[in-house]
Design a protein around this ligand. Structure first.
Ligand SMILES: Cc1cc2nc3c(=O)[nH]c(=O)nc-3n(C[C@H](O)[C@H](O)[C@H](O)COP(=O)(O)OP(=O)(O)OC[C@H]3O[C@@H](n4cnc5c(N)ncnc54)[C@H](O)[C@@H]3O)c2cc1C
Length: 283
């Protein structure tokens, strides 16, 4: 449980952090909250030559709400997302989700940027990013924004290159009348999502005019269930409609199988949790 030796540097700016990464992309790792990376170092699942601490880079901090967009800096902690009144006035799903992540100690240190960049298939924020159709801002030699649905590639794998920094999450404010919910079945030991579902719908005179479903925990990466969404649009949100949408969501991916939950069990949990989330939004 003792990490291999490494150098430690604190980056004063984003430019400096990128410079450190470009200097030695294979041997350098960024550290934000450290609540995923430090356990990995102790278990020697990672042994970088150098850690670059990005924790004091001001431009990676803060939640900005202006016009119809919301920008959440990569270093925003789970606790800040839980506590932010302006953010939760627009999107209470942030509070709903943050309170389901670990314990106060982890929430005070862990960051949304670290969670998204790490791409743990059982992490909570990826489902939210996908369901909110967020864009992920990336800095480096090829600065760009990537849709959350395209950002996650595989287990612990994203489109981020070794010398890139995830700088922020951009969300377009939802149309008025759009409501969201997040539910998860926790793993009893870790608290991570065995299956987590972020759903949103807009009802106009009882008919679904907009919908979104993001799922984490079930597969190798967080994903959107387009089949469920396409089915819901234009339908009255009856119990039968919800059941059919939940079934389509459960069939929209190849689920993971492990010692705790088989693929069939996870698919069934998607069906149950999408159904419960939609039922809650219907009332
Ligand atoms: C006991 C415990 C319980 C937990 N329970 C949950 C849970 O229920 N749900 C959940 O979702 N998570 C959970 N977590 C994970 C926690 O939320 C982590 O803090 C988070 O996933 C990673 O954020 P971090 O800031 O600590 O990242 P770090 O550990 O600092 O970094 C993680 C990885 O991302 C990279 N990285 C970090 N920031 C950036 C960036 N801006 N750009 C590019 N790469 C970057 C690092 O190089 C590293 O590879 C738990 C963690 C612990 C220890």
């Amino acid at each position: 449980m003792i990490p291999a030796a490494f150098d430690y540097v604190r980056a004063a700016s984003l430019t400096e952090a990128i410079g450190f990464l470009q200097d030695d992309p294979d041997g350098t790792k960024l550290v934000a909250g450290g609540h995923t990376l430090l356990p990995a170092l102790k278990l020697r699942l990672a042994s970088p030559n150098r850690l670059v601490d990005i924790g004091s880079i001001a431009e990676l901090r803060g939640i900005e709400i202006s016009g119809d967009t919301i920008r959440i800096g990569a270093l925003t902690t789970h606790a800040e997302l839980l506590a932010s009144e302006p953010l939760n006035a627009e999107l209470p799903i942030f509070r709903e989700t943050a309170r389901l992540i670990a314990d106060p100690q982890v929430r005070n240190r862990g960051t949304i940027g670290g969670s998204l960049a790490n791409a743990d298939p059982a992490a909570d924020w990826p489902a939210i990013a996908v369901a909110l159709q967020a864009e992920i801002e990336i800095a480096g030699s090829n600065a760009r924004r990537v849709a959350a649905t395209d950002f996650f590639v595989d287990i612990f794998s994203t489109v981020l290159e070794q010398d890139e920094v995830l700088t922020a999450l951009h969300i377009r404010k939802p149309a008025s009348g759009m409501r969201f919910a997040y539910r998860k079945i926790r793993h009893p030991a870790s608290g991570f999502a065995v299956v987590g579902v972020a759903a949103g719908i807009c009802l106009t005179k009882g008919v679904v005019t907009a919908a979104t479903v993001g799922i984490t925990g079930a597969a190798n990466r967080a994903f959107a269930s387009h089949d469920a969404v396409d089915f819901l649009i234009g339908k009255a949100l009856s119990r039968e409609t919800i059941e059919q949408a939940a079934r389509l969501a459960s069939e929209s991916t190849q689920c993971l199988s492990d010692r705790y939950a088989s693929a069939d069990y996870r698919a069934n949990l998607i069906r149950i949790e999408v159904g419960r989330a939609l039922l809650g939004l219907a009332s």
